[in-house]
Each structure stands twice: as C-alpha cells, then as structure tokens.
Design a protein around this ligand. Structure first.
Ligand SMILES: [Zn+2]
Length: 441
C-alpha cells in the first residue's frame, strides 16, 4: 500500500489486494493519497506483434464474468457484486457534476459473455455501466440519484470464483462533496499535461501522423439501428487509413488506440504532442435520432464558437466521452484549462488545420458522400492543441443506412482510406513553408 494510508473505513479511496485474502473476507484499506491511474499519462500503444503479449495482459488476465446490483438496506443502499476469476486490485472514487461513483478493477477485463442482470439502478444508484477503461483496467460507473459512497468492499472466494461485494450507502450531501473534492485534488495533481513543449522528432525522421479512432472500451460512442457501434467502425477505418498511408512510405503513422480501450480526450492529444506529431486526425461517426435521411461526412476544425447548431451538437456529444467513461469533466473547467488552451491555439495552427480540412473533404468525396455543409468548426476538446494542426472527421451518420453501408464494408472503407490517405500525405510532404505562402493573410 502506497503512502502508508490509514487503514480506516471512510467509504472511498479504497485499495484492496486480493492476495491478502486469508479466509473469506479481506480487510479494506483506506488509501488517501493514491494516484488515480485513470489520469496517469497515456502509455503509447505498442505496435501489435502477432503472438506478443500486450502490456498488462498475461495468460492469467483476470476476467469479470458477472456484474449485478443487488438490494441492500432498501432505498438507502445497494450492493454491487462482481464475479471474478482471480485476484485484482480495486480503486473507488467519487465524482461530482453529475454525482457518480467509479470502481476500477486493475488487471481485469470483462469476459465476452459477461452477465449483467440489468443496467437499471437500485437504491441511491440510478443507472450503471461496466466496460474496459484502458488496457488492463476495467471500470464500473454508478450514476447516483442521491449522494452515496461505497462504505466497504469485501472479497469472498467461492470455489473457482472470487466475488467482489461493494456496499453502497446513501450519505449527506456534504460528506459526498467532501470526498469528491478530495478525489478531484488527487486527479488534478496527475493530469495529462497539454501545455508543455511539443515533442521533437529526430532529425531526418519522417513526419508523423497520429490517427485517433474515437471512443473505445467503456465508451461505445454512437450506435446504429442494426447494432453498429461507432468505436468499432472508426477503429476499422483508422486501421485502413494507416495501411494506406504506410503503403506510400513517406509518412510515419501512430494511433492513439489500436484496440477496444478507453482513452481520455486530453490524453489522446497529449500522446500526439509528446510524439511531435505534424498532424492529428480524430475519427468519429455521428448519429441523429429521428433524422434517418441526414447523411454524409463532415470535417471539423477548432472554433471558439460553433459554426452552426449542428456543429455545436456534434462537439457537445463528442466532448461527453470522458463523462460517459466516468471521468470528472469539471476538473478542466475549475482550472480554467479550457480558456488557456483556446488562447494558446495559435492562428497559424488553425490555418493549417483549415487547409487540411478542406483537402480532406475533397478527398472524402472519392470514397464516400459529404454532408451538405462539410466544413464546420466547434469547440472539440481533441482539437485544442495550440501547436499541432488537428482535424476531426465525422465519417457519416450511423442513423443513415447508406452511411452505415459505407463504413461497415471493408472494400468501401479501403476506398475511403485511400482517398483520405492521399490528401493527408500530400499535406504532410508539401512542407509548412510551401503551404503557408498560399494562405491569404
Ligand atoms: Zn464520436
């Protein structure tokens, strides 16, 4: 246990080592100063090597096979039950605005056929969800109808199953606020840095493009009528795009994620900046309830104010990703980081981004349909790097059958990726000086 935390039940900030499991129930320790690993700087995704083990993964990867919410203490409480195959370390945290509790299971993944009795709430819990948060870490998010904390977490071994039982109990608002504030202070201390110097590339290195497939893990993104999921489609397009660009040979490509993991928005940008990326391209797909006719791709750049209501809605939706995954989006607002980044997003970077966006939109036309207003701007969090040209492509609408057909078919993804790749390579190989002379002042 780090930092010698006092072994005292205080509801939150718990860390358990199942290895300490002696009989049926292990002790619960308070860890008052533990770093929250959700906020540690992003680990660059390693290239996937067939047969190689991924970091954090092993043959003994712990599986969560069932998650249930059970009745406990009537309206004032609830119990969370997770059936695991083996030992895990857990951490618990309270988040305000909106009030949530998150439980992280380190080194655990939810098995493919994981049983979840229901996502409906019980007692103080209004709803909950569970999924992979990042590689080697799964997360359960409990949304709260009223202030509540996790009073204790116990582990019980039953045959081949280790059962985690978390006791959730309603508490006065002041007590919840106090815990959420303490948890936030810890997160802020370890937050991904966006304002440090841009990473440098080795002399003679190829320009680097970072492809950012949106969402992942616990955050599925938008969904289509036949079960199409944004996080899966944009990852497939991202991989096709990488392949198309690598085939050209003049540009190096890295991806913020190559599998189904969650990565906070700020860490996606921080990863690309730390590598000294020449361009950051975030891939998404949209969905509009009750508007099945609306279709086509849009290319977004950063804007202080949204270019139109539709752009504002898209940015609001995409910026919600961190909240869906149980991060506290009020961290940035309280620190004024949003304002700082907007100020720093220099005019030159924005102009480059706008040129890329225009070229990209033209290229998309070769493989897919464009939205009637294809070039738009809004306050997307992943586009706020001040010194790295960045665009976000909404590849189409999952609420539109024709757009889904394009994104779900491998052959049309390849066609789309080739057109996109050509435009991006052209931008990255033409050099900033050559481009800047073409920008009207
Ligand atoms: Zn998205």
């Amino acid at each position: 246990m780090r930092n010698g935390g006092v072994a005292r039940l205080k509801g939150l900030a718990l860390e358990m080592h199942l290895s300490a499991l002696l009989s049926l129930v292990v002790s619960v320790f308070l860890l008052s100063c533990a770093p929250v690993f959700a906020q540690t700087p992003v680990t660059p995704p390693s290239p996937t090597v067939p047969g190689a083990k991924l970091p954090g993964a092993s043959d003994s990867f712990v599986l969560a096979r069932a998650v249930h919410l059970v009745e406990d203490q009537g309206p004032d409480g609830a119990g969370l039950v997770v059936d695991l195959t083996d030992e895990v370390k857990t951490r618990v945290e309270a988040l305000a605005n909106p009030a949530r509790l998150v439980i992280d299971l380190e080194g655990a993944a939810f098995s493919a056929g994981v049983t979840t009795s229901s996502s409906r709430g019980l007692g103080p819990v209004s709803a909950w969800r569970a999924g992979l948060f990042m590689l080697g870490q799964s997360r359960i998010v409990l949304e709260l109808a009223r202030p509540a904390l996790i009073e204790r977490v116990d582990f019980v071994r039953q045959g081949g199953t280790v059962r985690l039982v978390a006791q959730i109990k309603a508490v006065p608002q002041a007590r919840f606020d106090e815990q959420a504030k303490a948890d936030q202070a810890r997160r802020l201390a370890t937050r991904a840095q966006l304002t440090g110097p841009l990473g440098t590339r080795q002399a003679g290195a190829k320009p680097l493009l970072v492809i950012d497939p949106g969402h992942g893990g616990i955050d599925p993104g938008a969904s289509g009528g036949k079960g199409e999921i944004e996080k899966e489609l944009v990852l497939a397009v991202g991989k096709a795009l990488r392949k198309a660009i690598e085939a050209d040979g003049r540009i190096e490509v890295q991806m913020t994620r190559e599998d189904d993991r969650f990565i906070p928005l700020a860490e996606r940008v921080a990863f690309a900046r730390s590598k000294g990326a020449a361009l950051f391209v975030s891939l998404h797909a949209d969905s509009l309830a009750g508007e099945a006719d609306v279709r086509g791709a849009s290319v977004y750049t950063l804007g202080d104010r949204a270019s139109d209501a539709e752009a504002a809605r898209a940015a609001e939706k995409e910026n919600r990703a961190d909240q869906v995954a149980g991060l506290d989006i009020s961290d940035e607002a309280r620190e004024g980081v949003d304002d700082i980044l907007f100020d720093l997003a220099r005019r030159e970077t924005r102009l480059f981004s706008q040129i890329v966006a225009r070229n990209t939109a033209n290229a998309i036309q070769k493989g897919a349909k464009l939205h009637k207003t294809p070039l738009r701007s809004a306050g997307f969090k992943v586009l706020r790097a001040p010194d790295m040209p960045s665009i976000l492509i909404e590849l189409g609408y999952l609420s539109n059958a024709e757009d889904v057909a394009v994104l779900a078919s491998e052959s049309s993804r390849i066609r789309l990726a080739q057109g996109l790749g050509e435009a991006l390579v052209r931008f990255l190989t033409s050099g900033r000086d050559a481009i800047s002379t073409k920008i009207p002042d």
